[in-house]
Design a protein around this ligand. Structure first.
Ligand code: ZN
Length: 95
């Protein structure tokens, strides 16, 4: 598939920098955008235990990757692509 997306990390002009994360695609409703749920743990000193947390990160989903709901994807931080997006999907780990 040909990719003419300027916001694609492989064929476009966005450079990835900063953090990389892996998460589950929770929503693919928006055009060229997926919402990725990332689970992480945070240590709480008061109770000396880990707290399970989850964050939802909107990420750009270029045509050449085309991640679908339920996929495990790798996302990488990039420049701000829109009002809410500053991450781009760099690959599907598991379909
Ligand atoms: Zn592409």
């Amino acid at each position: 598939m040909e990719c003419n997306d300027p916001k694609c990390s492989i064929h476009g002009d966005v450079k990835v920098r900063g953090i990389q994360l892996e998460g589950l695609v929770a929503s693919d409703k928006a055009k060229k955008t997926v919402v990725v749920e990332v689970d992480y743990t945070k240590y709480v000193y008061k109770y000396e235990r880990y707290l399970r947390k989850r964050s939802r990160i909107p990420a750009h989903n270029p045509d050449c990757i085309n991640a679908k709901k339920g996929n495990i994807v790798r996302i990488a931080e990039t420049r701000r692509l829109s009002k809410t997006k500053s991450f781009v999907v760099t690959g599907v780990v598991k379909k």
